[in-house]
Each structure stands twice: as C-alpha cells, then as structure tokens.
Design a binder for this molecule. Structure first.
Ligand SMILES: Nc1ncnc2c1ncn2[C@@H]1O[C@H](COP(=O)(O)OP(=O)(O)O)[C@@H](O)[C@H]1O
Ligand SMILES: [Mg+2]
Length: 377
C-alpha cells in the first residue's frame, strides 16, 4: 500500500515537472494570479525580465511586483487585462508601452480566465510578449506611407506649376519679338525667359523623380538611374564645392527595384554625404558586379566628417539625426533601408570619423541589390 502511494507521488511529481518545463520553455512571460491579484505561478521568462528569484514573487501582489504600486493598477493608457478578465470572465488583450531611459519597449499582454466548478473566475493567466520589433516595423511602414503620400502631393504641385510657367514663357516670347534687341527691356525680358526656363527644368527634373512617374517597374538600370540623379543634384553639389567622381562599370545586368524608389535611395545617400562635407570634398560613386555575379554594388564614398562611434548603432533608426532642427528629419536612412530590403538588397557602411583620423576621415555607404536573372527580365 505504502509502495503504491510512493509510486503515485513520484508520478505526480514527474507530471508537475513536465508541466513546469513546458511553461518555462515558452518565451512569452507567463503569470497566474488569483482573484486578489496574488501571484500563484510564474515562468522562467518572467523571472528573467524581473531579475528576481521565484520565492520573492510567489504570494505577492502582481501590481506590487510588476509596477511597484500599492493597489490594483489604474494607469491611464495602460489598461489591465487581468482586471478586465476578472470582471467579464472573458479573455482580454492590451498593448503596453514601457519606458526605460530613452528606450521604449512594447508588450502585448493577454489574459485568460480559469473557472471553478460553478463557472466563477478563480484564477487568471496573464501572458506578455515583447512586440517592440513588430511595432517598430509597423511604424516604419507608416512613415513610408506618409512619405509616399507627401511625395505624391509634391509631385501634384509640381505638375500644377507646369502650366503657369509655360504661359509665362509664351508671353515673354511674344514680348521679346516686339522689343528692340539693344533696349534695356529686351535684356530684362531675356532674363525673365532664362529664369522661367530654369523653373521649367526644375519642375521636369522633380517630376521625373517623384512617384508621379512610378511605373510599377520592377527592374532598374543602376547606371542610368545614378546618371539621372547626378544630373539633378549636380548643380547643387557644385555650389557646395563638392566634386563628383564616377566609376561606373559598363554593361551591368539589371537589378530588382522600382527606378523611382532607387533614385530616392541614391538622393538620400548623396544628400547625407554632401551634408557631411561642409566646405567641400569629393564624392566618389562607383558601381560594380560582385564576385559571384548575383548582385550589383553601388558605393557612395565621401571625404566628410565621418560618423562618430557612439552614433553608428543608431543611424538607421527613424528620427535619429545629428543635424539641426529643420535640416535633418532622421528619416533618410531608415527609408533607404526600407526600400532596399524590400528588394532583397542590403545597405551597409564603413566610416572613419574626424576624431579617429582627420586625414583618412570619410564614409562609404554600399547599396547591394540582387541582379534579375536574365531569363525573367
Ligand atoms: N555620409 C555620412 N557621413 C556622416 N554622417 C552620416 C552620413 N550619412 C548619415 N550620417 C549620419 O546619420 C544620421 C541619420 O541620417 P538620415 O537618416 O539620413 O537622417 P538626416 O540626414 O535627416 O539626419 C545623420 O544625421 C548623420 O549623423
Ligand atoms: Mg539624410
């Protein structure tokens, strides 16, 4: 008899260990509380986050342990799913935002009821999952969509400007015909014409760069798009004393990507290089096929001030900028990253900061895009 009892107990213990190992293997943070919010059980993942031994937590109030409060949580914008489940007897869910210094983390918290024989909620299981990665990816997408909308708006404005500029140029032409070439008025009209043509050119270039012309194309000629971007930015770079050197490999295969989006990436990288070369410098743009021949690499090498060590981890973060308010948005690189990874490409950088070596200072960004296999072009 005693023997049988011992066997049963050891079997029960085995089952208990098995169940515990199941909940400990789950990476979501799990906690079971009773109706008074006392913690009855927790898993390893939660202990790890709290950084406390289990015996210090079991039997304590969850609001004390998790939020250091003396009564059940009532934090604005921080609804407690456990309270909800106790009230309604139904599963509940909430998104929690945690701030720790400058860092923000997001948790998706869900709770499930456990009923007694009478159907009354006795316990609540709460599960929390760190969803920071997904949330940030979602926000990035949102930013991209906003930028796309803005681009469309800007393109619309440029398009609207086309007609008035054409009319101005038309009338100027008429007046020029009626004016004596050696008069003061003639010179003025010629000047209006020149500036008008300038406007026309800017509008055309701008239109060619915006979503207005998105063709839904999915293959791009890298060199042609680099040339086009340089032709648009060339003048601005010149006025900033920046020399552009080109090293474009001939007969490159086409890459995956919408030309307009890729131009967007190139413009962002060139603008960043220009910003880093205050007072002038050299920007070398090179293209080449990689060794196995499955990717085209595009390198933007500048002689700017480089990126300080402490910034390197963060430059791709949305809204990270070291520039003055109104100059930088901190969106350039995160948009580049979004676009490039959309096509299965990569964007990397190497840098030597001014502080490290003022002779060799500079940054090289490399965009690497998959080649489109020739039969599917
Ligand atoms: N070529 C570069 N040289 C030096 N710093 C750079 C370069 N490109 C990017 N950075 C750094 O990365 C930051 C983020 O760039 P980005 O996302 O384009 O935003 P923004 O240009 O609006 O600041 C910049 O503020 C700058 O500090
Ligand atoms: Mg930028």
């Amino acid at each position: 008899m005693e023997h049988i009892l011992e066997e049963d107990i050891s079997k029960l213990l085995e089952v208990k260990r098995f169940l515990q190992s199941i909940i400990d293997s789950i990476e979501d943070q799990i906690m079971v509380v009773d109706r008074e919010y006392r913690i009855l059980e927790v898993n390893e993942a939660l202990l790890k986050r709290l950084n406390k031994p289990k015996h210090e937590i079991i039997g304590e109030f969850c609001y004390k342990v998790l939020h250091d409060l003396d009564r059940p949580c009532n934090i604005p914008n921080h609804p407690c799913p456990v309270q909800e489940t106790l009230k309604t007897g139904k599963a509940s869910e909430a998104l929690h935002t945690h701030f720790k210094g400058r860092e923000v983390t997001y948790y998706r918290v869900t709770s499930y009821p456990i009923f007694d024989a009478e159907g009354v909620v006795q316990h609540v299981v709460e599960m929390a999952r760190d969803v920071t990665k997904w949330k940030k990816a979602g926000e990035k997408m949102h930013t991209m969509q906003k930028l796309a909308a803005l681009g469309e708006l800007a393109a619309g404005v440029a398009h609207e400007l086309n007609n008035p500029v054409a009319i101005i140029l038309g009338f100027v032409d008429l007046l020029i015909e009626k004016t004596k070439p050696d008069s003061k008025e003639y010179k003025m009209l010629k000047s209006i014409e020149r500036q008008g043509l300038n406007c026309k050119k800017i509008i055309e270039n701008f239109l060619s760069l915006t979503t207005y012309q998105v063709t839904g194309e999915y293959s791009a000629d890298v060199n042609a798009n680099i040339e086009r971007v340089i032709s648009v930015l060339g003048n601005i770079l010149l006025t900033k004393n920046i020399i552009v050197e080109k090293n474009l490999e001939k007969d490159l295969p086409k890459v995956r990507g919408d030309p307009v989006n890729l131009q967007h990436v190139f413009i962002n990288l060139i603008t960043n290089s220009a910003d880093a070369m205050e007072g002038g410098g050299v920007l070398t743009i090179s293209t080449r096929l990689n060794e196995p021949g499955n990717r085209v690499d595009i390198l933007f090498e500048d002689t700017g001030h480089g990126i300080k060590k402490e910034y390197r981890q963060r430059i791709f973060d949305p809204f990270f900028t070291t520039k003055k308010v109104g100059v930088g948005t901190g969106l350039g690189l995160s948009v580049c990253h979004c676009i490039v990874s959309n096509y299965g490409g990569e964007i990397t950088f190497e840098t030597v900061s001014e502080e490290e070596d003022s002779e060799k200072k500079g940054t090289t960004f490399t965009v690497s895009l998959p080649v489109i296999p020739s039969e599917s072009e």
